[in-house]
Unconditional design. Structure first.
Length: 83
């Protein structure tokens, strides 16, 4: 009988914490200036009116208002409409 441990326990050490990506504010929700709307890898959502794209593809608001999502020719845009 071989006395070699199985590799099951060592495989679990490569796990790391999640990056908390995704939509943070949905359509119709109020938002303040500089608040993050979407954290993403790559541009699944594009910057629309009154929003800006950060260098890690994070979308954030430039003004205070209400979040609105729209789709134009197959591309998802995120807008912030002033109240």
């Amino acid at each position: 009988m071989a006395h070699v441990k199985s590799g099951g326990a060592t495989r679990q050490h490569s796990q790391r914490a999640g990056k908390r990506l995704g939509v943070k504010l949905y359509g119709g929700q109020a938002i303040k200036t500089g608040q993050i709307i979407v954290r993403q890898r790559g541009a699944q959502f594009h910057a629309g009116v009154n929003t800006e794209l950060g260098r890690d593809f994070t979308l954030f608001s430039l003004i205070e208002g209400v979040v609105k999502y729209r789709k134009l020719e197959g591309i998802n845009y995120v807008d912030v409409i002033s109240k």
